[in-house]
Design a protein around this ligand. Structure first.
Ligand code: GLV
Length: 316
């Protein structure tokens, strides 16, 4: 496939323009590039472009007559999927880059915060108290990772390298390296969930994962820690608060929310058992965005297999 006209939009379009100009990529020679703020994308831009590059469709997005390829600057493609109908034959690719590593490090930092009693020791230091608590080794915990794709698999690799027993939940239940065991989503059982000390969600938002983590799910847990790096809409907040109150959950670390920024009126802000971070567990840096885009462009034009192509027929 040959691509000449490329429309680049989204919140980092200026940075992408600077990097592309500065680096003078061979792959971009002879290409026509339009860089636009989201609100400035016109119908003419949409009709003109053969490639549409952005975190999400612009509010006026439609499949223009020349469009051949859509590339997401983020890993999550829910906003593209929620367009409803996808035009046949147009590949949708995404940017995953270092997301697996970033989400692993984010999660590991909060797991270690608990196991090494960081907060307890900080409180004791404030009152000059010498209280011994023995840190809990990582290899003693049982972790369940929801999603065994590129990101979930990297999380399993990172944690298992410290001896953590990592269990996975996926659509297919296909076994993968670094997981003790992967189960299909329909085989989730009370026994499986009750043994979990930590749960990390890396799943995309689909009709199946919408409010997947609700009352029924939390009721099966016993004093577990829930870390959400997937999408906020996968969690029912009132069920989460209840689970924190009744001990099904010990604590929650939330990086993603259905409404972002999380409204200041949301009771989660004041809940001492909740840690809130502003959707930073996996950020696409402009450098990584450009590298992934240029690489994908070269694969598209070389008719090579696209490892980062989204399977539009698959949900979770
Ligand atoms: C981040 O959440 C992304 O989807 O890129």
């Amino acid at each position: 496939m040959k691509i000449t006209n490329i429309l680049i939009t989204g919140k980092i379009y200026k940075e992408l323009e600077e990097i592309m100009e500065r680096e003078g990529y061979e792959e971009l020679r002879g290409k026509q590039l339009r860089f636009r703020a989201e609100g400035e994308v016109t119908e003419d831009d949409l009709e003109w472009s053969e490639a549409f590059v952005s975190f999400r469709p612009t509010p006026n997005f439609y499949f223009g007559k020349n469009l051949k390829w859509v590339h997401s600057l983020g890993a999550g493609v829910d906003r593209y999927m929620s367009l409803g109908i996808w035009k046949q034959g147009i590949p949708l690719t995404r940017t995953v880059c270092s997301f697996g590593e970033r989400i692993s490090e984010y999660s590991l930092s909060y797991v270690l915060r608990d196991l090494q009693f960081h907060e307890t020791f900080a409180q004791h230091q404030a009152v000059k108290q010498w209280n011994e608590f023995t840190p809990i080794p990582l290899k003693e915990i049982r972790l369940i990772v929801f999603g065994t794709g590129e990101i979930g698999h990297e999380v399993a690799r990172a944690f298992s390298s410290f001896g953590v027993k990592v269990y996975g939940v996926s659509l297919s239940g296909k076994q993968k390296s670094h997981f003790e065991k992967v189960i299909g989503r329909e085989n989730l059982s009370r026994d499986f969930l009750q043994g979990a000390d930590y749960i990390i969600n890396t799943l995309p938002l689909t009709s199946y994962t919408d409010k997947l983590f609700g009352e029924e799910f939390f009721n099966e847990l016993k004093n577990a820690v829930f870390i959400n790096c997937g999408r906020g809409a996968s969690v029912d907040h009132s069920a989460l608060r209840k689970a924190l109150d009744n001990g099904n959950l010990k604590s929650a670390v939330l990086d993603v929310f259905e409404v972002e920024p999380l409204p200041t009126t949301d009771p989660l802000w004041d809940n001492p058992k909740v840690t809130i971070t502003p959707h930073i567990s996996a950020v696409t840096t402009p450098e990584e965005a450009v590298a992934c885009f240029v690489d994908t462009l070269s694969n598209i034009e070389g008719n090579r297999e696209l490892e980062n192509e989204v399977d539009l027929t698959k949900e979770f």
